[in-house]
Design a protein around this ligand. Structure first.
Ligand code: NAD
Ligand code: TYD
Length: 335
């Protein structure tokens, strides 16, 4: 099978591409703009493989996207490309709208024109908004996104599903919980806290630190997406959760323990505006349909992740030294 993978130079997309090249016979064409979050170093392990090609393009640029579809003639698309960070979407919402909404629309139009046989749209549990105890969201839970990021993702989910209803485009939507693992840009909770702890810098905890997230190891997420690509029913939505709910402060304390650092590094800072209190998912639909289940337990996944960051300080320094990152640090994260 020939696949186009958008956002394949990012954290989760690159894990998916490395997995496909390592474990399947598929050909993979990565379509990526290489924003601050896209990094060809993440794809170095597959760069010499003849089944891998790289196409630099903006998914919101219809002409450029059309050219990639014309070159590749894909059997399937797995659509990861997005502005993926909530804090950045608060700081610069237009990027979220342009990439997550308009970019998804452009991809759908190209898939329709080229009669792509399967279109997997990678989405997030954040579209459900904050979920009160004791409920876990299933796929029919109402959409109530809180941030520009999650509102843009929810909008794109609706657009994708409308293409199934209206045009019979064979789409599938996945909604995963918070991922962690190697190659994660050090702006999200886990990689930021690990890299700060390793550099003896303070660990900024928003508000009271009692917000709850469900943690999913990135390889488990990629196996889940692949099982949906292979076995999912078109027009359907599948949650992909890690069965691992933890308050942020507990995650931070486990990172300090895993890095051998003291809890005095914790610094409570101003809360994020519109901060969702709790995310929680049920995976039953995906497990029933495909047999998928998360394999990695949190402490083993965290140990493997900390080890990767210890072994790759050069990667961390290089991704943090980009111009856009410096601009963002100066204007948003200096608190
Ligand atoms: P990431 O920020 O690490 O990577 C995003 C990738 O998309 C980068 O390679 C970037 O260059 C590319 N990109 C951004 N804008 C683009 C554009 N206009 N055109 C082409 N390429 C563009 O993101 P991630 O954490 O790997 O997330 C991937 C997907 O998974 C996103 O759709 C996100 O919403 C979803 N998701 C992420 C998580 C998580 O915890 N990180 C959880 C659930 C779902
Ligand atoms: P994040 O990794 O940004 O993912 P998301 O907002 O998509 O869930 O944040 C995870 C949680 O960690 C969220 O509740 C916000 C919190 N957080 C902090 O407390 N401090 C930080 O420096 C960051 C980046 C996040």
């Amino acid at each position: 099978m020939k696949l186009i993978v958008t956002g394949g130079a990012g954290f989760i997309g690159s894990c998916f591409v490395r997995m496909l090249i390592r474990e399947t016979d598929h050909s993979v064409a990565v379509l990526d703009k290489l924003t601050y979050a896209g990094n060809l170093e993440n794809l170095e392990p597959v760069s010499d493989n003849p089944r891998y090609t790289f196409h630099r393009a903006d998914i919101a640029d219809a002409e450029a996207v059309d050219q990639v579809f014309a070159d590749v003639q894909p059997d399937a698309v797995v659509h990861f490309a997005a502005e993926s960070h909530v804090d950045r979407s608060i700081f610069a919402p237009q990027d979220s709208i342009n990439t997550n909404v308009k970019g998804t629309f452009t991809m759908l139009e190209a898939a329709r024109k080229y009669k792509t046989a399967r279109f997997v749209h990678v989405s997030t549990d954040e579209v459900y908004g904050s979920i009160d105890e004791p409920y876990d969201a299933d796929e029919n839970y109402p959409l109530k996104p809180s941030s520009p990021y999650s509102a843009a993702k929810a909008s794109s989910d609706l657009l994708v599903l409308a293409y199934f209803t209206t045009y019979k485009l064979p789409v599938l939507v996945t909604r995963a919980s918070n991922n962690y693992g190697p190659y994660h840009f050090p702006e999200k909770l886990i990689p930021l806290m690990i890299s700060n702890a390793l550099e003896n810098k303070s660990l900024p905890v928003y508000g009271d630190g009692m917000q709850i997230r469900d943690w999913l190891y990135v390889e488990d997420h990629c196996r889940g997406i692949y099982s949906v690509l292979e076995k999912g029913t078109t027009g359907e939505v599948y949650n992909i959760g890690g069965n691992c709910s933890l308050p942020n402060i507990e995650v931070v304390k486990r990172i300090l323990a895993a890095t051998g650092k003291d809890e005095s590094l914790i610094k409570y800072v101003q809360d994020r505006p519109g901060h969702d209190r709790r995310y929680a998912l049920t995976n039953e639909k995906l497990t029933k349909a495909t047999g998928w289940e998360p394999r990695m337990d949190f402490d083993s996944g965290l140990t493997a992740t900390v080890q990767w960051y210890r072994e790759n300080p050069g990667w961390v320094q290089r991704v943090k030294s980009g111009e856009y990152q410096k601009f963002y640090d100066l204007n948003y994260t200096s608190r």
